[in-house]
Ligand binder design. Structure first.
Ligand code: GN1
Ligand code: MG
Length: 326
């Protein structure tokens, strides 16, 4: 049975299996990152039950049960594995090409949040604690700075300075959370463009994928990560900073698609913080990539030396451009 590496995730290991007419996606969950993988399974189960009851036609990607009816099977090293269906004629993209793609993808993520709005959010547990808590990520960045080797500090001087210059966003975030008007919802929490499956012909959304971080959160996390990954024509891997631009038509289409599902769910005050969402999520990724570079690349997988610094620099450049526009 042919098995080959698949996808572009930074954390789990993913394979595609072809078995005659049928294909599957096999995934080894990184239990160093997801310390309690069973929480992933429970959250997905809760969401899936709710969706089956209330939106039977909605396509939600649950793992296939094992022979013993388990969602995940552990290997001798303690890694959980799971199997998912692979949809023929479906594709993922790493950059948004057209406003229609932005509209469709944003609508897809928004529909998930909307369809889950009737769930009891208190039953969902965090699969990673304080995942998008900007205060926490800034603390981790400071710890990484304190423990970094001199050569890495030296190479990252500019990026470190930029991260410090943008730290007023941490205060804005804290104030927002303290104000308490952001509603806690069940969010996807990893809404980058390549976590949407498109039909290769119609370019309509088939379903959202990568549900590891389906857990309580605020809408700014999902909308912000879409802004972060949709508006620029190049991905977070791009080294040529001149290619990073803010595409207003894509931004507008993204918001239209998102609000076509979520407008009725959001309060006036929530709508007002939409521009902050994109900046906050871009900043959090800059901090996370830079902290990982300073820590010696222990979290995100890298293909070449210095890749996490490249990613951080890319995100800081995007952040500057977002700040000018939003
Ligand atoms: C990680 O592994 P992947 O590519 O699904 C990360 C996300 C980041 C993303 C940046 C659990 O996602 O938070 O936005 O990289 N996931 C985790 O590409 O840390
Ligand atoms: Mg992910």
């Amino acid at each position: 049975m042919p098995i080959q590496p698949f996808g572009s995730g930074h954390i789990n290991r993913t394979f595609k299996i072809d078995d005659g007419d049928l294909s599957f996606v096999l995934q080894r969950v990184n239990h160093h990152v997801f310390r309690k993988p069973e929480i992933i399974a429970t959250n997905i189960r809760l969401a899936s039950d709710h969706l089956k009851r209330n939106y039977p036609d909605y396509l939600f990607l649950s793992p296939l049960p094992s022979q013993t009816e388990l969602d995940m099977v552990y290997d001798e090293e303690g890694y959980p594995w799971r199997l998912m269906p692979y949809f023929k004629n479906s594709i993922t993209i790493n950059e948004v090409g057209t406003p229609l793609e932005a509209y469709e993808a944003a609508r897809g993520f928004a529909q998930l949040t909307k369809n889950l709005s009737g769930c009891d959010v208190s039953k969902f547990k965090p699969t990673i604690d304080r995942f998008h808590d900007l205060n926490w990520r800034f603390e981790q960045f400071k710890d990484a700075l304190a423990g970094a080797k001199p050569d890495r500090l030296e190479r990252a001087t500019e990026a470190i300075q930029a991260c410090q210059d943008f730290s007023y966003l941490v205060d804005e975030y804290s104030n927002l959370i303290t104000d308490g008007f952001l509603k806690l919802r069940v969010m996807h929490n990893d809404t980058k463009i390549n976590n949407i499956l498109f039909d290769s012909q119609s370019r309509k959304v088939v379903c959202v994928i990568d549900l590891d971080t389906l857990m309580p959160g605020y809408f700014i996390y999902d909308l912000g990560d879409m802004i972060r990954t949709f508006v620029s024509p190049v991905s977070e891997e791009e080294q040529d900073l001149a290619k990073i631009i803010f595409r207003k038509d894509i931004y507008d289409a993204l918001l239209q698609g998102y609000l076509s599902e979520m407008k009725s769910e959001l309060s006036e005050k929530e709508i007002q913080v939409i521009p902050f969402a994109g900046c906050m999520m871009t900043y959090i990724m800059a901090l996370r990539f830079l902290a990982d570079y300073l820590n010696g690349d222990i979290y995100y997988s890298i293909a070449y030396e210095g890749q996490n610094l490249v990613r951080a620099t890319n995100q800081l450049n995007l952040l500057e451009k977002l700040r000018r526009q939003l």
